[in-house]
Design a protein around this ligand. Structure first.
Ligand SMILES: [Zn+2]
Length: 90
């Protein structure tokens, strides 16, 4: 089963192509519009991983099945918008 956004162990999860890992969102803090094929999430998504490098910052918006990376990201996809990728367990 592949999806762009999935519910895994009670969290909304999507694959981030910039960080190359899934990002997990707690449904009580994030509003999802229920469109699994083309998701929109109302809040900004911030991911920090200072073990990766310092400072490491991934800041994105998920809209209509696309991930919009904002300018304060420290990775190469800052200021770009990319389609969400389906991912799944194998
Ligand atoms: Zn990320």
């Amino acid at each position: 089963m592949l999806g762009k956004l999935r519910m895994i162990e009670g969290n909304l999860v999507f694959f981030c192509p910039a960080c190359q890992i899934p990002h997990e969102l707690t449904p009580s803090y994030f509003d999802f519009d229920g469109q699994w094929a083309s998701p929109t999430i109302s809040q900004d998504i911030v991911y920090v991983d200072n073990e990766r490098c310092f400072p490491y910052h991934c800041h994105s918006l998920v809209r209509n099945g696309f991930i919009e990376f904002l300018s304060d990201c420290t990775h190469d996809l800052a200021n770009t918008t990319v389609p969400m990728r389906p991912f799944g367990c194998h």
